[in-house]
Design a protein around this ligand. Structure first.
Ligand code: ACO
Length: 319
């Protein structure tokens, strides 16, 4: 058995924070942000709006697009590093709202590659006959772990959620998944507190990043990974129809696209609209490409992501 995508959805919170808004908050400029990152604006969750709220809206859209009854979902896997609570996990909160009690529901925290990891895990359950119709989500409220006085990070991130419904099928679907991690790089991109290692009293945990060092390792790792994916699947450069990358930075995306020898017109780009939404970015870009009709049934897609940990992953999919 293989898994194939039968529906996608995405959700962005209503409030938009533009580069011009950020100019009023920190010492930055629209020009700097756009030329260094490709980002024009990002969406910010309303007060009280949580990661599971965003995930819910994306999930409802994906289930509607799949044209299946929610009760037929038999597994929920969520990639997120910004859960509503320590527990119950976001998958359980979502399950309750969807009214589909009983099936396994869990989340995993691999930062920006959370969706790719979640997709690979769900695919393994389908391949071994343990699940037939998983719901896979990437959802984040990055705005909650941003230091809004740090111009080096606050201009980069935003909130959002993307969802995919998978279905068991006799042909792929998901052809190949590649996952990796290297904890030796943990200091280049991390939060300064958590649960068992809380921030100082009265502080909330915030994200810190050595941006230009992350940039170099990200480009190197992604180039190596796409080479490995092509080789493992007997594919030549230029044979991918659509590249659906993690939307962190236009320059990182362009470097990887060059390695794949794929023109930028065959790359789904959404980073300008919402910045880096961590685990949400790949499923949101996928949904965008499918809904606007660019990605068609039968197309060969390469999804990839890289993020804190470091963690990384890719998914080769026949849509
Ligand atoms: N506005 C204006 N100036 C700024 C800002 C800002 N928001 N932020 C930094 N600068 C300044 C710096 O202080 C520095 O000034 P100096 O030269 O006087 O010291 C100058 O701009 C250049 O800074 P760099 O960090 O060298 O700029 P760089 O070209 O590397 O761009 C960026 C920074 C955009 C963060 C880039 O390194 C990047 O995108 N890195 C990848 C980070 C990322 O995407 N992380 C997310 C998770 S991992 C992933 O998803 C891939």
């Amino acid at each position: 058995m293989y898994s194939r995508i039968i529906g996608t959805g995405r959700y962005l919170p209503e409030r938009i924070l533009t580069n011009l808004d950020l100019e009023k908050m920190v010492d930055t400029s629209d020009e700097w942000i756009r030329t260094r990152t490709g980002i024009s604006e990002r969406h910010i969750a309303a007060e009280g709006e949580t990661t599971s709220d965003l995930a819910y809206h994306a999930a409802v859209e994906a289930i509607a697009a799949a044209d299946v009854a929610a009760e037929t979902i038999d597994m929920i896997v969520v990639g997120t590093s910004t859960p509503d609570l320590i527990f119950p996990n976001v998958g359980c909160l979502l399950q309750e709202r969807l009214g589909i009690a009983g099936c396994p529901a869990f989340s995993l925290e691999t930062a920006c590659s959370g969706f790719i990891y979640a997709l690979a895990v769900a695919d393994q359950f389908v391949r071994t006959g343990q699940a037939r119709r998983p719901l896979v989500i990437g959802a984040e409220t990055m705005s909650r772990i941003i230091d809004w006085t740090d111009r080096e990070t606050c201009v980069l991130f935003g909130d959002g959620a993307g969802a995919v419904v998978l279905d068991a099928a006799e042909a792929p679907g998901i052809i190949y998944s590649k996952l990796g991690a290297d904890g030796r790089y943990r200091k280049l991109l991390e939060t300064d507190g958590g649960i068992s290692n809380p921030p100082e009293a009265g502080q909330r945990a915030a994200l810190h990043m050595k941006g230009n060092e992350v940039f170099k390792v990200a480009v190197r790792t992604l180039e190596r990974m796409v080479d490995e994916v092509l080789e493992a699947n007997d594919l030549k450069q230029g044979e991918i129809d659509w590249f659906v990358p993690h939307q962190a930075n236009l320059r990182i995306i362009a470097a990887t696209a060059k390695r794949l020898d794929i023109p930028m017109e065959r790359v789904v780009l959404t980073v300008a609209e919402h910045g880096n939404t961590s685990a949400a970015s790949v499923p949101m870009a996928l949904d965008t490409g499918i809904r606007d009709g660019r990605i068609k049934r039968g197309d060969l897609l390469l999804l990839e992501a890289f993020g804190g940990g470091f963690t990384w992953g890719a998914s080769l999919i026949r849509y």
